[in-house]
Write a protein that binds this ligand. Structure first.
Ligand SMILES: C[S@@+](CC[C@H](N)C(=O)[O-])C[C@H]1O[C@@H](n2cnc3c(N)ncnc32)[C@H](O)[C@@H]1O
Length: 493
């Protein structure tokens, strides 16, 4: 049976543009969708594609965060005469199928021009050029039964607007993407957040990259405040997390909201999931150091979604081992307590890929961020593992000359550890010179950002100066931080 493919405009938000193709390919894979590309330019907000039917378009839109809307395409041209000719032809050819829309009781036509401003009068004039359309219903701007869209694309560069539009398009609004979730899951209203909470949009994009399906088991080994668990749970995943920071896992760390002095008693990752109606997707979060493997070999996850520490706003630490204890925290007569040491980024990524290869199901995905200094970037800095295939790599610029890449790996081969000669080695190949010294490069390249150590020293000097001044005036300074800490402890107990 021949399929009657239809043409559609995929209208994207012009934000996180580098993530668009990867998200599209992931959703296509998630639902096994068929499509044909009609336009090659991936940076434009309007892509033209063919889907076999409206249902395919609806399925894609049901997951996409990058997508604003899908419009069923009636006409696309580069010149006005060609545009009108095509539109008239389309209406004539498909008059039976389009009858129900043209005969609807109410309608609205919206004019959207990209990269060039037009007054309301000019927009109305553009609508009037299409007066041959056999529309019968009444205009209803608030709640129309049918929405028609007329779009003009005037290039991407606001400093070089072309003399004529690059694309003129017209069609019927079919369905919207999932961008409302960005507002719904916004960190602004979230119960429990911290300094490094991932914003809703990127968290949702990550869950799409991980192909999270209803009923999947999803793990974040650097869970922090659980933002990545929220998006995975929103798409139906059962979520599990771990973090080395006891205070973070128990939501007792210092509040990050400027208006908040102490944490509320009921803040937690579980409360975040409850807030979004996903409480039944919460499995647990635990305090664990990722560098010390904790999971049984037979445990498999459908996906691992994570944002490892870069050492900028949070420490990259691991628990010290008995083999090589730090001199300054352990003496023979001292009871043992765990101390931490620096967890170098190249070791962390090696562990992460090894963990993915071991604990992902076949076909499961590891989605993680890799920070780097832009001057250092080339494909060789991307960590590799023989059992994981890199399927997507999108960049987000960060402060100064730094950026991070969202890497998506797919497990393509079963990983049998016993095959290996050396149990302690792993199959990760790393030439991560860039990630190795990311923290140092981040702080020192422009000389403006002080290092954590420098900031501590400066603050300590200021405190000491304040203390001496108060002493001279015969007053005893109060320790505000200790007070806050006691208060948090009291709430926790
Ligand atoms: C970038 S933050 C993750 C933020 C998280 N995605 C969120 O939305 O809040 C990295 C987290 O890794 C944790 N971490 C650092 N070293 C760790 C280790 N060795 N094992 C497990 N977690 C670690 C930090 O405590 C921090 O919470």
């Amino acid at each position: 049976m021949t399929m009657l493919w239809k043409k559609y405009i995929l209208w994207f938000a012009q934000e996180h543009v580098d993530f668009r193709v990867a998200e599209f390919e992931s959703i296509v894979k998630l639902f096994g969708l068929q499509f044909r590309n009609l336009s090659e330019h991936r940076l434009k907000p309007f892509w033209l594609v063919e889907f076999p039917n409206d249902e395919t378009a609806h399925q894609y839109a049901s997951r996409s965060i990058a997508l604003r809307s899908i419009i069923e395409l009636y006409s696309h041209a580069r010149t006005f005469p060609e545009f009108h000719k095509q539109l008239q032809n389309h209406v004539h050819l498909h008059q039976e199928a389009l009858k129900e829309f043209f005969k609807a009781n109410s309608f609205k036509i919206t004019v959207e021009t990209y990269n060039k401003h037009f007054s309301q009068r000019e927009k109305v004039e553009k609508i009037e050029t299409m007066d041959y359309l056999p529309i019968e219903g009444a205009v209803n701007l608030k709640n129309p039964q049918v929405e028609w869209w007329y779009l003009e694309f005037w290039g991407l560069d606001p400093t070089a607007v072309p003399a004529e539009p690059e694309d003129i398009l017209f069609g019927r609004m079919l369905v919207h993407g999932q961008r409302h979730l960005i507002k719904q899951l916004s960190l602004k209203q979230r119960k429990f957040i911290g300094n490094t909470s991932m914003d809703a949009q990127l968290s949702l994009l990550m869950a799409n990259q991980a192909l999270v399906r209803d009923g999947d088991l999803v793990f974040d080994p650097f869970v922090g405040t659980g933002s990545l668990l929220v998006s995975a749970a929103k798409f139906g995943g059962y979520v599990l997390g771990a973090d080395i920071d006891f205070m973070m896992v128990h939501a007792r760390c210092r509040p990050s909201r400027i208006t908040q002095k102490v944490r509320d008693k009921d803040e937690s990752i579980r409360a975040n999931l409850q807030q979004y109606g996903c409480a039944n997707r919460y499995m647990d979060v635990l305090v664990a150091d990722f560098s010390n493997p904790l999971w049984h070999r037979r445990i498999t996850f459908d996906s691992i979604i994570t944002d490892p520490p870069y050492g900028i706003r949070e420490a990259t630490e691991k628990v010290e081992t008995k083999v090589n204890p730090k001199d300054n925290t352990r003496t023979a007569d001292m009871a043992h307590y765990p101390s931490t040491s620096h967890y170098a980024l190249h070791h962390l990524y090696a562990d992460l890929l090894e963990f993915g290869a071991t604990h992902l199901k076949l076909g499961g995905r590891l989605v993680c961020w890799l920070p780097f200094h832009r001057e250092d970037y080339n494909e060789t800095i991307i960590p590799q593992h023989t059992h994981l295939r890199l399927v997507a790599n999108s960049e987000q610029p960060l402060a100064g000359n730094t950026a991070r890449r969202l890497l998506t790996y797919e497990k393509h081969m079963e990983y049998i550890k016993e095959e290996k000669l050396n149990e302690n080695s792993n199959d990760t190949q790393l030439t991560t010179a860039a990630s190795q010294n990311f923290r140092e490069r981040y702080f020192n390249t422009n000389g403006e950002i002080e290092s954590r150590q420098e900031r501590r020293m400066r603050k300590a000097a200021l405190r000491e100066q304040g203390r001496l001044e108060m002493e001279m005036r015969g007053k005893l300074p109060s320790d505000g931080r200790a007070k806050k800490c006691d208060l948090n402890k009291a709430r926790f107990n």
